[in-house]
Design a protein around this ligand. Structure first.
Ligand SMILES: Cc1cc2nc3c(=O)[nH]c(=O)nc-3n(C[C@H](O)[C@H](O)[C@H](O)COP(=O)(O)OP(=O)(O)OC[C@H]3O[C@@H](n4cnc5c(N)ncnc54)[C@H](O)[C@@H]3O)c2cc1C
Length: 484
């Protein structure tokens, strides 16, 4: 573990922060801070100096102002499920966790909007509005834990964003505390005031990984639940056949609500953990969901089944009940959890390739697995070309750590080479800083830094993320020698 470079909180600062939020909402003992030393990217660890759990926007603003006065870094936190180390307190700093601000303030069914606090868990919104025939579309696989504030900061996607779009398409506006403590509202206001002229500052904050300020309340767009759904499981002999099916479905002009692939290793892990009835010898399975008006959906599902068969699907199972459909989604959304049974650690990659290059990248991942002697199961948003190879390793073995990092790097470089990107939805964090120049070029990075400076001239808000030259924990730790 690295040593925090920010001095321990001074007694005066600690007392002032306790005055704002109450003693019970401040965590500063070394043992308790260990809980906050990493997010779901567990390769690097470093504890914050202090964790503050405010209950109101006014408290967040007061804490941020205090940090500005003491020149301390601030790190906004949701549920800590980031997979790229976007939350890592590289140099320590004051972590402001929004998890106690978890109220759904108002649901406006007429205008299909909801005003929620940033710490509301993603899945709670749909639960709260589904009796009105509405839903919140972005559905990351972590949706039962991750928060709306985190979704805004990372512009999260999910299985159903193939048809419905990512977080930015479903967030109308939000309240944010700037790093100097000022409270601003960006985008459409809760009373319906549209902000359609001028720059889209709302859009520029979405995906900024907590580097522009602390989001406190969010106005989300709700959509109507589809009238009907058809969900099916295609079972294939090979990843190539399943990948070709993905391309053929899209080429036929069909836009499924979701199109997800699991390869053999992950299907086995899921089956062994949860017993959904998947064949253990299948090369790959595809979950295809169609939704919309009932009229026409039957014909479209027959078309999809036909395309699967043409690509040598061994079997195509259509969910016959809501329970069967829910079980299929459970199998997909619990896939990462199933890895816990087969490996002590895993590193999730999040590259993107053009859909037509899926077979090529999957073959490359297989070769990378052989090259580094590490298992790499795959479960991913195939319809978006957004791959999630899970590099399995054991963190107690330094050589395995080195090989896992190298394997991840090779895969991401290949994604760039194939005309894709190093992140589809998990962001850059500390993990992918070294890819930014290859992905964007110096001029674009300078432009991004200028935008960041407009929000945070002192670079105190979630520092050491995203930009080349930023420090990582590994700059201080022995892992640096282990890494490539
Ligand atoms: C099992 C698993 C499955 C996943 N599946 C998906 C998926 O399908 N799609 C997907 O996109 N992601 C997925 N993720 C990644 C992760 O869940 C998302 O990035 C999510 O949006 C993070 O939300 P969080 O509340 O946990 O944020 P955190 O991890 O707490 O923070 C993430 C980033 O957001 C910033 N942040 C958090 N809250 C705020 C706030 N209120 N104001 C400003 N900045 C803030 C932080 O500073 C940090 O930079 C998955 C993760 C896991 C562990």
């Amino acid at each position: 573990m690295t040593k925090s470079c920010v001095a321990a909180a001074s007694p005066a600062f600690l007392e002032a922060v306790r005055q704002i939020v109450g003693k019970e909402n401040v965590i500063h003992s070394a043992a308790e801070l260990l809980v906050y030393e990493c997010d779901a990217y567990t390769l690097e660890k470093s504890p914050p100096t202090l964790v503050v759990l405010p209950n109101t926007t006014a408290e967040v603003a007061a804490v941020v102002r205090l940090c500005a006065q003491y020149n301390l870094p601030i790190i906004p936190r949701g549920a800590g499920t980031s997979l790229s180390g976007a939350l890592l307190p590289v140099d320590g700093g004051v972590m402001i966790a929004l998890t106690r601000m978890n109220r759904i303030i108002h649901v406006d069914t007429r205008n299909r909007r909801a005003l929620v606090e940033a710490g509301v868990v993603n899945a709670w919104i749909t639960q709260a509005v589904k009796s009105h025939g509405l839903l919140f579309a972005p559905d990351p696989s972590s949706q039962s834990a991750c928060t709306i504030g985190g979704n805004v900061a990372t512009n999260s996607g999910g299985p159903h964003t193939l048809k419905y779009g990512v977080t930015t398409n479903h967030v109308l506006g939000f309240e944010m505390i700037l790093p100097d403590g000022e409270t601003v509202w960006l985008g459409t206001t809760p009373d319906g005031g549209e902000d359609v002229t001028g720059y889209d500052l709302r859009g520029s904050v979405i995906g900024s990984e907590g580097m522009f300020g602390v989001v406190t309340r969010v106005l989300v767009r709700l959509i109507r639940s589809p009238q009907s759904q058809k969900t099916m499981l295609g079972i294939f002999e090979s990843v190539d056949d399943a990948s070709q099916t993905v391309s053929d479905i899209i080429a036929a002009g069909i836009v499924p609500a979701a199109l997800e692939m699991m390869d053999q290793l992950i299907t086995r892990a899921v089956e062994e953990a949860y017993k959904f009835g998947f064949p253990l010898d299948a090369g790959a399975v595809l979950i295809v969901e169609l939704d919309g008006l009932s009229a026409g959906l039957e014909k479209q599902s027959q078309q999809v089944i036909e395309i699967c068969r043409r690509n040598k699907a061994r079997d195509v199972r259509l969910a016959q009940s809501e329970k069967e459909r829910t079980d299929l989604w459970k199998s997909r959304k619990r896939a990462f959890g199933a890895i816990g049974r087969i490996s002590p650690n895993f590193l999730t990659q999040d590259g993107v390739v053009p859909r037509s290059r899926l077979p090529e990248i999957m073959r490359f991942i297989n070769a990378t697995s052989a090259k580094y002697g590490l298992r790499i199961p795959n479960v991913f948003h195939a319809g978006d070309g957004n791959i999630h190879p899970l590099v399995l390793y054991d963190e107690r073995d330094a050589d395995q750590v080195r090989r896992a990092i190298a394997a991840g790097h090779d895969i991401l470089h290949k994604c760039i080479e194939l005309g894709g990107s190093v992140s589809g939805e998990h962001g850059i964090g500390v993990e992918k800083i070294s890819f930014m120049e290859a992905q964007f070029g110096r001029d674009s990075l300078d432009a991004m830094q200028s935008l960041r400076s407009a929000f945070d001239p002192d670079k105190r808000c979630n520092p050491h993320k995203m930009f080349p030259g930023s420090k990582r924990c590994s700059d201080f730790s022995p892992r640096r020698q282990a890494a490539v």
